[in-house]
Design a protein around this ligand. Sequence first.
Ligand code: BG6
Length: 484
Amino acid sequence: MKKMKTGLRDDFLWGGAVAANQLEGAWNVDGKGVSVSDIMTAGAYQKPREITDGIIPGKNYPNHEAIDFYHRYKDDIKLFSEMGFKCFRTSIAWTRIFPNGDEDRPNEAGLKFYDDMFDECLKYGIEPVITLSHFEMPYHLVTEYGGWRSRKVIDFYVKFAKVCFDRYKDKVKYWMTFNEINNQITFTNDFNIATDSGLIFRNNESEAEREKLMYIASHNELIASALAVNIGHQINPKFVIGNMVNFTLIYPASSDPKDILLAEKSMQRRYWWADVQTRGEYPLDMVAYLKNNDLMPNITAEDRVILKEGTVDFVGFSYYNSITVKYRDNNPEYKFIGDRETVKNPNLEYNDWGWPIDPVGLRYTMNWLTEHYHKPVMIVENGFGAYDKVEADGSIHDDYRIDYLRAHIEQMIKAVDEDGVDLLGYTPWGCIDLVSAGTGQMSKRYGFIYVDKDDEGNGTLARSKKDSFYWYQKVINSNGADLS
Ligand code: BG6
């Protein structure tokens, strides 16, 4: 049924989200350096991407060309404007601005690209929403400094942030410091730890060593994030700067108190990054955990001041699904490491990549974040990865994607209308088909706009509109009142 009106704000940021490394391509053009995503090969469902030692000729690196947005952004942004986008979330590839990460001066050609691209957005009244670091740190910072385990990387990041804030201060208002900073909780997963913190393990490091390094890297990133927020506010007090966490809600498998406690401990372990970024200090349960397990990074008195002075203005989060955990007797400490405690949720359906579909979880998440952090929130990723079929006449009937998004937007609106959540915007993931971060595939598609390219890299790269394109256009046009 068509509603007359929703409680979404009049300036609600409807749009779409992408990341530089997953769509720009042009990986070595105009002075760009190699990023961590440039050394990852194509994988598949249940076949992890290989993280190679530099670039090895003959291997398939899907991010190198991606969908060639670098050369086609004008046409793509025109399509976004046709859908009615009010904003466009993307990232600035760190390696276009500082190819190795540790140079003294930025690369002008890289800066110019984003100047032009932001101008193109603004021409259509589309507000850029920018992530500074989205899985694409300079690979040189990994090989020379060991990624975020080194405090030196804080200075390199802050310099990068300052250059971007200065250069784009009149073009970009909404910023986020790190994409899904909390993914590294699954530090046993090579992809998550490499993309989040530039930690690449090649010496059979034990799980304990990995965990320790992860907390050191996280602390350094949190300091860098806080410094950037502070500097950004000084450069332009009108900046609205957020953090960004991957929110995968964690349910207990049953009403057994042990399952409930495990779910709660898992939430603490997975979201404490956001506590630090919103409140400026480590939460008590994490302090206890880090102390008890000899994992406490070196937090100086100066660090404590930096964290307090660099809290964010809003909480950005991605939401795709939820997980469900079951207590095991050999886990008396209620540890949560990746998927180990996870069980299938019989109440939910799963997609082709094993991701459950849980729209009510989005409303729960919005309530949880609001209660915990007392800040406005922005849904900066949400979406449905699926195989699409192109019909003989070129049309693509992606009703499964429309169903997924409709159900999530319905819950999102309830969270605003009925629960009072202060929501800034909604940018579904992969508004144009792009390279999947997790698998490196093209065939795991999220877009309203289809891109003609397959997993082997064949295709014309031509763009075409799926049924969801017209549906989302109507949703934006009615400010969420018409989801039919
Ligand atoms: C988020 C990331 O985790 O999920 C994106 O911020 C990513 O970069 C998205 O693409 C979807 O995951 P995947 O593995 O399907 O690409």
